[in-house]
Design a protein around this ligand. Structure first.
Ligand code: ATP
Ligand code: MG
Length: 407
């Protein structure tokens, strides 16, 4: 991609009123645009990042037998009434009435919609288990939509739902999803913690949150400095600085954090309310056990910026960077030659072909944060200057060496 054609241009200043780092940097670098509080357009590079996050998620979920679908976002009142959530979730739901006075809700989650779908197709124990997921917009009437893309009123989520013939089978799948989530966040590059949490209004049992430690986070968690034990502040009853109840060695510390995902077990409560049964091996009618598992995909992009930036801009991990290479072409450089070779090899390159000064080009490269910067100029001659965004060291490489290093 030629940077002269890339939409939009970068901004020198952060937008007025922007408080959080992800808001300032993602807007300045041109990844997102705010339409109104809590509503964001994903610009071309922002869309690329979210696409990459989604691809990583899909690959892991497909491995555990989940299938991708796409469910509607406008839902009739009657389905939400079956579980009582039309009234109970009134504060968070956006509701609307059409010209014929029919009531609808915009999707804030999809448990009921998934179960309504499943009960039309699942009749016997042989149809279970079933796991379906989709990537789509969620609408939530959040009280305060601040923190950039971390808390939107309209945002992107991956939500996965599963139904099972028994609690044991649900439990087993629940832990498989937890493992898949660990793989997803490790692949992106996060140091993610699986944190025990209460069920809130959704469920009575224990749930788990996928948390990324960050000073800018709205959540607060306690964790062991030696093992993987962690609890959120809502259920934590021990003492900070005390000994870890799990490994009995580590010390309990605390951190602010960002919830990037979570997993829930609902048991049969929702299928009972929705009168959704299947026939078991012995011919008896049974209620399926429901699990629900979310990842905030736009929040994940924002969380990455919160934990990986410096005073000059964003520092993407290679896995979710919009481009693999930022090629800076300066007077006397041979940008075109290497650009063509990289494109031919399928390497994603942002080629700064603009007629602007070197200083502006370098500042933009640091702001945008692509992991590898290549400079071609009179000074580099036949070679290219290679620099990683997360270090200051430079190397001079010829075309073949560059191509080898990118592999
Ligand atoms: P929070 O406690 O932060 O409000 P939640 O418990 O309401 O999150 P869920 O309803 O379980 O979250 O949604 C699943 C995932 O969607 C969350 O883990 C988070 O990553 C993301 N998410 C939730 N609310 C928002 C929002 N307003 N904007 C962006 N992402 C969100
Ligand atoms: Mg919430």
């Amino acid at each position: 991609m030629r940077q002269s054609e890339l939409f939009p241009k970068t901004l020198k200043e952060a937008p007025k009123g922007a408080e959080s780092v992800n808001h300032k940097l993602l807007v300045r670098a041109g990844f997102v645009d705010q339409m109104m509080a809590g509503s964001w357009t994903l610009m071309p590079m922002g869309k690329k990042v979210v696409n990459k996050i989604n691809k990583i998620i899909s690959e892991e979920l497909n491995k555990i037998g989940a299938q991708e679908i796409l469910m509607p976002l406008m839902h009739p009142k009657n389905i939400w009434n079956e579980t009582g959530r039309w009234d109970k979730a009134d504060e968070i739901m956006y509701k609307l009435t059409d010209a014929r006075k029919r009531d609808f809700a915009l999707s804030f989650t999809h448990e009921e919609i998934f179960l309504d779908l499943a009960r039309k197709h699942v009749f016997s124990y042989q149809d279970l288990p079933l796991a379906l997921y989709h990537f789509s917009t969620k609408f939530r009437n959040e009280l305060r939509a601040k923190s950039g893309v971390l808390r939107g009123r309209e945002f992107m989520m991956k939500d996965l739902y599963s139904i099972h013939a028994s609690q044991d089978d649900l439990d087993e799948y629940y832990w498989k999803v937890a493992e898949a989530y660990k793989n997803i966040f490790a692949c992106i590059g996060f140091d993610m913690h699986v944190v025990e949490a209460g069920g809130g209004v959704f469920t009575e049992g224990i749930t788990h949150e996928m948390q990324v430690f960050a000073d800018s986070g709205e959540d607060f968690v306690y964790y062991c400095d030696k093992c993987d034990w962690a609890q959120n502040k809502e259920i934590f009853k021990l003492k900070e600085g005390g000994v870890c109840p799990k490994c009995k060695e580590g010390i309990i510390g605390s951190s602010k954090s960002i919830e990037v995902g979570n997993i829930f077990r609902f048991g049969t409560s929702y299928s009972e309310k929705m009168n959704f049964t299947y026939t078991d091996e012995n011919g008896y009618k049974k209620y399926p056990y429901l699990g629900s598992y979310g990842i905030g995909t736009t929040r994940t992009m924002g969380a990455w910026v919160e934990v990986s930036h410096d005073e000059r801009g964003i520092i993407w991990s290679p896995e979710i960077s919009p481009f693999a290479v930022h090629l800076i072409d300066l007077p006397g450089g041979r940008g075109q030659a290497i650009y063509d070779s990289l494109i031919e090899l399928g390497v994603e390159v942002l080629w700064d072909d603009r007629q602007t000064g070197a200083g502006e080009k370098f500042a933009d490269a640091d702001l945008i944060g692509i992991p590898v910067r290549l400079v071609s100029s009179e000074k580099t001659g036949e070679k290219y200057e290679w620099k990683m965004r997360n270090s200051d060291g430079t190397e001079y490489l010829d075309l073949e060496q560059v191509l080898n290093k990118l592999k």
